[in-house]
Design a protein around this ligand. Structure first.
Ligand code: F6R
Length: 253
């Protein structure tokens, strides 16, 4: 794992955006794996700025998002499709139809999960998968005890995940209990993964993922088994790492 510790969340977002921009520049037909959530908002802001500056084009790229809530139509204000449209897709040059998310409103969500997995395989799998990290160590919506070889399927969200995400739901509405999520095996097939975690609240999960045992208890720890995983952290998220001096020594920038 390549562990990059940046001074603050803004610097971490900038670095992550630069890595994504470098990917689509080196391979314009890249298949990107994308994430939602608070951490990604800053990353997408920086990516849009790079696009506007002429440093990143997505015209030849395609994308697959990690997850979507079951029961929310794509035009629902709290759906991840809407999040992605507002925070990224409508502000860059990705082709209409090239940006994929699971369909949360599908009549048969299990069949939709299978269709989505097959679409990722048919696209040749993902070149660069962007990941956030849950407080409980989840990647995508692969909650603790998810099979480390799972593929796209339905998952029941943990209470801590639903509480953390309730800020996106107005008027005390709760996030749905179920989501369609890429599996850990799906994520691990990506040729490169880029995890971004910022803020002190993530410090425990970050320490478990990087320095704990590989375990379904902390799903992100599976990235220890990936050949090309980059973890971009800020100082606060890195604060519980035992070997922090080593990581800073290897990548002082
Ligand atoms: C969302 C997703 C989740 C988030 C994670 C962190 O598509 O895949 O794994 O990345 O829950 O969310 P934030 O950044 O809001 O703390």
């Amino acid at each position: 794992m390549k562990i990059l510790i940046l001074e603050d969340a803004a610097a971490a977002a900038e670095r992550a955006a630069e890595i994504i921009a470098a990917q689509v520049t080196a391979k314009p037909g890249s298949v990107l794996g994308l994430a939602t959530g608070g951490t990604m908002e800053a990353v997408y802001e920086r990516l849009i700025a790079l696009h506007r500056a002429g440093s990143a084009s997505f015209a030849g790229a395609s994308s697959f998002n990690l997850d979507e809530y079951v029961g929310l139509a794509g035009d629902h204000p709290c759906s991840y499709r809407r999040y992605m449209a507002e925070k990224l897709f409508d502000q860059i040059d990705i082709a209409p139809g090239a940006a994929h998310l699971p369909m949360g409103e599908a009549a048969d969500p299990e069949a939709e999960a299978a269709r989505y997995e097959a679409a990722i395989v048919a696209a040749g799998d993902i070149d660069l998968q962007l990941l956030g990290l849950g407080l409980n160590g989840h990647i995508g919506f692969n909650e603790p005890t998810s099979s480390l070889t799972s593929i796209t399927r339905l998952k029941t969200l943990e209470r801590s995940t639903r509480e953390a995400n309730s800020r996106y739901f107005p008027d005390g509405d709760e996030p749905p209990r179920l989501a369609i999520t890429m599996g850990i095996g799906t994520i691990m097939r990506a040729r490169e993964v880029l995890l971004v975690a910022t803020g002190a609240a993530k410090a425990r999960a970050v320490a478990q993922v990087i320095e704990g045992p590989v375990s379904a208890r902390w799903p992100g720890s599976v990235l220890q088994m990936h050949r090309h995983a980059t973890l971009v952290l800020d100082r606060a998220a890195a604060s519980e790492l035992e070997l922090i001096d080593y990581y800073l020594d290897v990548h002082p920038e």
